[in-house]
Design a protein around this ligand. Sequence first.
Ligand code: PLP
Length: 367
Amino acid sequence: MSVECDRIQGINLAQGVCDTELPAPVVEAAIAAIHNGKNIYTRLDGIPQLRAAIAQKLAHYNRLSCDPDTGILVTAGATGAFFAACMALLNPGDEVVLFEPYYGYHRNTLTSLRLTPVTVLLDAPTWELDEDRLKQAITAETRAIVINTPCNPSGKVFTRKELEAIAKLAQQHDLFVITDEIYEYFLCDNAEHISMASLPGMAEQTITMSGFSKTFSITGWRLGYLAADPRWIPSIGYFHDLTYVCAPAPLQHGAAAGLMDLHDDFYRDLAKEYQQKRDQLVEALVAAGMPPSVPDGAYYILADASRIPGATAKEKARNVLARCGVAAVAGSAFFTEGRGENLLRFCYAKKAAPLAEACQRLRSLNG
Ligand code: PLP
């Protein structure tokens, strides 16, 4: 969709590229690091300043206590973190529970490593956890549960009650919980981000992943991290080293400066800005005849495209692009076969002007 959108010079609300402004301290520290010769390999788990800053942030925001020297691995994005964690902790044939709708990279990473994703369906519009479905999905082969909160594409933010239910099952069956918390600061209304590892007894079996792509608008820098019990870090670090050696050296200095120099008000403003963008796009989708499921977090909206012509979600996405020049992702990309064919996912991580133009064009669909 992105390629076709570029070809017709449309507005891309498909991919979550996040082309918004970068925070100044992040940019300046990265540029200074390049000029100051910080361009060589780093320790495989990242520069000490960044690990220390991550540990501080985890204590402050996520209520996690992590030793920066033994419990944190700086990675090539959350993507690199997930790949290395799966390589290190799981074996081919292991079953891994994934909530559906899911982020495609999670599913595809699992299958590429010959792991077996077992999906547990969450239903629109609330995407509430159905504990019975989760219980039924767990077998003798299950080794891990993946949680993405806030979630791409549904915008679901897992509640404490839901996390407690998952934790109980993970403890009963001795499962890893691998959490992708990359949208942890993108929260709307009264949604609260809770890290699974902060729940009683869950720190040892939880791998907490996050990154800077979204919060600092640096998706192309490839910088993320994971926090885990020191038992797991050496083997995860080993596989991350084999694949990436280390995360980009000067850019690690940029992220460290961002964590150290930006405070609660930065994250509050970010959430506020994105909530306004969410409301703007929700209104436009309603006006376009595509009623959305209103997200509590992240920066995507799944909208009901039943009224858009097309037999599949892909056809519907092509139809919307052709008619108004706005690209969306086919909902089927986030579901197992046969589901999501009436859904389109729109991303609102855009600068104000293109988002306003996209909203206007979407409204014209109903004209
Ligand atoms: N996890 C989720 C849920 C995402 O939506 C994305 C990007 O869209 C990523 C991870 C990618 O993160 P990173 O750029 O840190 O690899």
